[in-house]
Design a protein around this ligand. Structure first.
Ligand code: HEC
Ligand SMILES: [Cu+2]
Length: 344
């Protein structure tokens, strides 16, 4: 794709007069492409989309000139000169009509093919793609990774295909990452998919592109493409994921508090009041009566079993309503146990 002018836009590193604060690092903004009027590109499809876009635009411009130019000229040239002037007897010209039908038809078929091919390619994810579940809600995005990690920002490994499965909990939203040139409707009670393959490390944004309510304009989140590599290496996507979506390790209590907020809060209170499930207040160490009449002491193993296989022991007075969260990592479960121990 042609690059146009090659001058770089100055970045925020411009010298500052002494004493003034350094400019803030631009965070997940949508950067323009160098010397061009579209957003910065990322991934193979962005180049193809931009090529198709430019091609369509130029076809439109050229045909506009070809059609409107002579039309304007003829309107003056063949304007009726007097009341008695007769219209020319020429009615049609077969060869000319065939040419001006065949060429645009062929061009349109080609344009359809370009668009259709790109659409199909962006719909069908490769089998080895990592699946991220995206939930749109008024007015935020939530991302769930295969290992159960839930985040507010979309972080992705560079050079690895990622498939997004999108759904909404309320109204229709639209997931749009301008830099990837990809957009998909996010609809309640339906799963839509899209996929991409980021080729550059980037810090950009996803926007909601479907007016969904008062907070629509604030419904954007960060998209960060990080290097892919070893889970032990700081700064890699794998390391970030192994830390539960945090830049560095959280303490077990902090991790447990976070997991409680994300996964347990809707059914378990901390103040002793009964909800869908029993409260966590004073839970650790107590003797619990079970539905089958037996009792059990609440220890680490019992908590772990309750999370991984909640149906194994049902607390008296409650229904077997807790979903299994066997996908949680040991680290998460240890964090949750630490958190429950704190609820005295
Ligand atoms: C959809 C509601 C729901 C969610 C979400 C939920 N639980 Fe439960 N939980 C229950 C119910 C109902 C019970 C009681 C029935 C039973 O024992 O399975 C229960 C029981 C428990 C018990 C045994 C409590 C006791 O008094 O002996 C533990 C421990 C527990 N849950 C931990 C968790 C943790 C940790 C999470 C989050 C990671 C969680 N639950 C998420 C509904 C839920
Ligand atoms: Cu929205």
């Amino acid at each position: 794709m042609s690059q146009g002018a090659t001058t770089k836009t100055p970045t925020a590193t411009t010298a500052q007069p002494a004493g003034t604060a350094a400019p803030q690092e631009a965070q997940y903004t949508i950067q323009p492409d160098e010397g061009y009027w579209l957003p910065r590109q990322n991934g193979a499809y962005s180049e193809q989309f931009d090529w198709a876009w430019s091609f369509y635009i130029w076809v439109c411009v050229i045909f506009f000139v070809i059609v409107i130019g002579p039309m304007t000229y003829f309107a003056f040239k063949y304007k009726r000169k007097s009341e008695t002037e007769k219209t020319s007897p020429i009615d049609h010209h077969l060869q000319l009509e065939i040419v001006w039908t065949a060429i645009p038809t062929a061009l349109l078929m080609y344009m359809f093919w370009v668009g259709f091919k790109l659409y199909a390619d962006t719909q069908i994810a490769p089998n080895d793609a990592m699946t991220v579940q995206v939930t749109g809600a008024m007015y935020n995005w939530k991302f769930q990774y295969p290992d159960g990690t839930v985040t507010q920002e979309l972080e992705l490994p560079k050079d690895r295909p990622v498939k997004l499965v999108l759904s909404s909990v309320d109204t229709i939203h639209s997931f749009f990452v301008p830099e990837f040139r990809l957009k998909a409707d996010v609809v309640p009670n339906l799963y839509t998919t899209m996929w991409f393959h980021p080729t550059k490390e980037t810090d950009t944004a996803v926007q909601c592109a479907e007016y969904c309510g008062n907070g629509h304009s604030t419904m954007y989140s960060r998209v960060l493409v990080m290097p892919s590599g070893d889970a032990g290496a700081e700064g890699t996507f794998e390391n970030w994921l192994a830390n539960g979506g945090e830049k560095s390790s959280l303490s077990p209590l902090a991790l447990g508090t976070k997991k409680y907020g994300q996964l347990c809060k809707s059914c378990h209170t901390l103040d002793g009041s009964k909800s869908v499930g029993p409260s966590f207040k004073g839970l650790f160490g107590k003797t619990e009566s079970l539905a089958d009449g037996s009792t059990v002491t609440v220890d680490e193993n019992y908590i772990k079993e309750s999370i991984v296989n909640p149906g194994a022991k049902i607390v008296q007075g409650y229904q077997n309503q807790m979903p299994s969260m066997a996908y949680l990592k040991d680290k998460d479960i240890e964090g949750i146990i630490t958190f429950i121990k704190e609820q005295k």
